[in-house]
Every structure is written in structure tokens, then in C-alpha cells.
Design a protein. Structure first.
Length: 299
């Protein structure tokens, strides 16, 4: 499929059917919500070759041109005084750098969502602020936002099915040799004795983390971590449980005066596109703490 975003319109050209036999199949491919399917059909907001259609079983053919006349929406929160730092932007998404210590969303006027609202306002993007995933307050790195509310379900589904891949770098203490690969599968559950803390627990939820030691520097290690599951504090819990606590982790590590922040950085993000096979890879700018490691600087 080809697509174009126009002011107030999403245009799609069905080059080949590829299993998209009717409008309902296209809705499924794009993971549109039931509410949007109903409203767009009932309000006549979809045209096929300039003809309005109101049925999901409308048959589609190769080279059909569809237009979705987007439901008008507005910015849904007060913008912060300063915009967020955007690392990547296209017609459908933007990717933001989050500083350590900043929360993604709360009621304040200076969380990341409020800064995203300020950026959208500057861009004339008058739609609700929608982040696709979160990072812990003390973790720095990349956060993905959706620009087109109609397509948010596709990105939510991609995240759920691990089609959005996030790579982290962690600075830890430990004796892991450079080049070694470990695969942790300890289940993770809430710590009943400490609020907001998690731990390895046989009764917890399944969790899987891949870890590769990229570099060693004295007692410290630079680790590349990728997630097969998305449990809360997963990397932090797994590394701590295996004797490799992340530096300056306030819950699972110990203070390290040689580093300014918690040593966990969401350095790379990879996502697909709802309409084609394109893969987008975004690499974050390098935080100061990670500049001590040659491998991180070379990303």
C-alpha cells in the first residue's frame, strides 16, 4: 500500500490486494478500533475512488484509492514551557529523547507528555498526545509517539507483539567478560515488602532478557540488553538478581559517584510502518555517562 497524509485526510492506494479483499480486512490490517470503524462508516468519512462507502464488506480492488476524512481532534493537555527534544519525525510518528529523572506522564506541566504537547503545538499538530510505550523515571532514551490517532492501534498492537524493538545499554558492576552472552528467564513479581519494587519470584510473570557484554572498564561493564517480554523494571531486576546491578539504580543498585545518573539508556528503537514493509531505526544521542565507553560512542 501507498499512503499520503494531507491536512484532515489519510489517502491510501491499494497497489495489490495481498489479502485485503474488502474494507473490513483493511480495518483489521490497520488495527482500527471498533469505535473508529463505526464512526468513520456511519459518518461517511471513507471514500473509495471518490465514492462514499458505509459498509465494512465493501469489496476492494487493486489500485483502488481510499480516503479517510479524519475526525477532528485537539491537543488534550496543557503544553509545557519547553518542547521535548525530537530525534526523528515523519508523517506518522515522532521519537523523543527522554532525560533521566523525567516522568513520561503525570498531572504536572513539565512531564514528557507536556513537553511533547509543546512540540506538537509548535508543529501545528493539533491531535492528542499519544506515547506508545513508557520508560522508568530514571531511565534515559527514546520514546515513540503517534501522530495519527486513527493509527495508534496499529502501533499498540506492534508493541504488544514485539514488532517494535527497543535496545538498551546498561552500565553495571560485575565480572562478565567482554563478548559473553547471557539469557535470563527468571519470572518477575512484585516485592510484597517494598512498595514499587519488583523481584525475581517463582510465582511472578514470565520474563526473558538477552544480555551481551560489549565492553569492560575496571569494575564496570557496558551491557547491551534486549527484551523478549516487557515486565516492569525487567532489565534492572534481572541484572541485579544475577550480581550485575546497574550503577546508581535507586531500587536495585548502589551509588556510584563516577556516574551522574542511573546507567540505563534506551539507545535504539526499531519500528515498522502500517502500510508497507519499511523498517525505521532510530538511534538516540549519547548521554554523558555513556561517553566513557568506546562501544557506546560508536553506536
Amino acid at each position: 500500500m501507498k499512503y499520503r497524509i494531507h491536512p484532515g485526510r489519510l489517502e491510501i492506494i491499494i497497489e495489490t490486494l495481498d489479502g485485503i479483499s474488502d474494507l473490513g480486512a483493511l480495518f483489521e490490517r490497520l488495527c482500527l478500533s471498533r469505535k473508529d470503524r463505526y464512526l468513520y462508516l456511519q459518518e461517511g468519512r471513507i471514500t473509495v475512488n471518490r465514492t462514499p462507502v458505509r459498509r465494512a464488506d465493501t469489496v476492494l480492488a487493486a489500485n483502488d484509492r481510499l480516503q479517510f476524512h479524519l475526525i477532528p481532534e485537539q491537543l488534550d493537555r496543557t503544553p509545557a514551557a519547553e518542547p521535548c527534544e525530537v530525534i526523528y519525525s515523519d508523517d506518522l510518528i515522532y521519537v523523543v529523547h527522554k532525560e533521566p529523572g523525567m516522568i513520561i506522564h503525570d498531572d504536572s506541566d513539565d512531564c514528557l507528555a507536556a513537553r511533547a504537547a509543546a512540540w506538537q503545538q509548535l508543529q501545528g499538530l493539533d491531535v492528542p498526545v499519544r506515547y506508545i510505550h513508557r520508560l522508568d523515571r530514571e531511565t534515559s532514551g527514546l520514546v515513540l509517539f503517534s501522530k495519527v490517532p486513527l493509527l495508534q492501534g496499529w502501533y499498540d498492537n506492534a508493541l504488544l507483539n514485539r514488532k517494535i524493538k527497543r535496545t538498551y545499554l546498561a552500565i553495571s558492576r560485575g565480572s562478565m567478560p567482554a563478548g559473553q552472552h547471557l539469557h535470563f528467564t527468571d519470572a518477575i513479581g512484585k516485592d510484597r515488602h517494598v512498595s514499587g519494587r519488583y523481584r525475581v519470584s517463582p510465582s511472578g510473570k514470565p520474563a526473558a532478557t538477552d544480555v551481551v557484554c560489549l565492553e569492560k572498564k575496571g569494575p564496570f561493564r557496558l551491557l547491551e540488553c534486549t527484551l523478549e517480554t516487557g515486565r516492569t523494571h525487567q532489565i534492572r531486576v534481572h541484572l541485579s538478581a544475577h550480581g550485575m546491578p546497574i550503577v546508581n539504580d535507586p531500587l536495585y543498585g548502589i551509588p556510584e559517584p563516577g556516574f551522574r545518573h542511573m546507567g540505563l539508556w534506551a539507545c535504539r528503537l526499531q519500528t515498522g510502518n502500517p502500510f508497507n514493509a519499511e523498517t525505521i531505526t532510530v538511534t538516540d544521542r549519547i548521554p554523558e555517562d555513556f561517553r566513557q565507553f568506546k562501544t557506546a560512542v560508536q553506536l
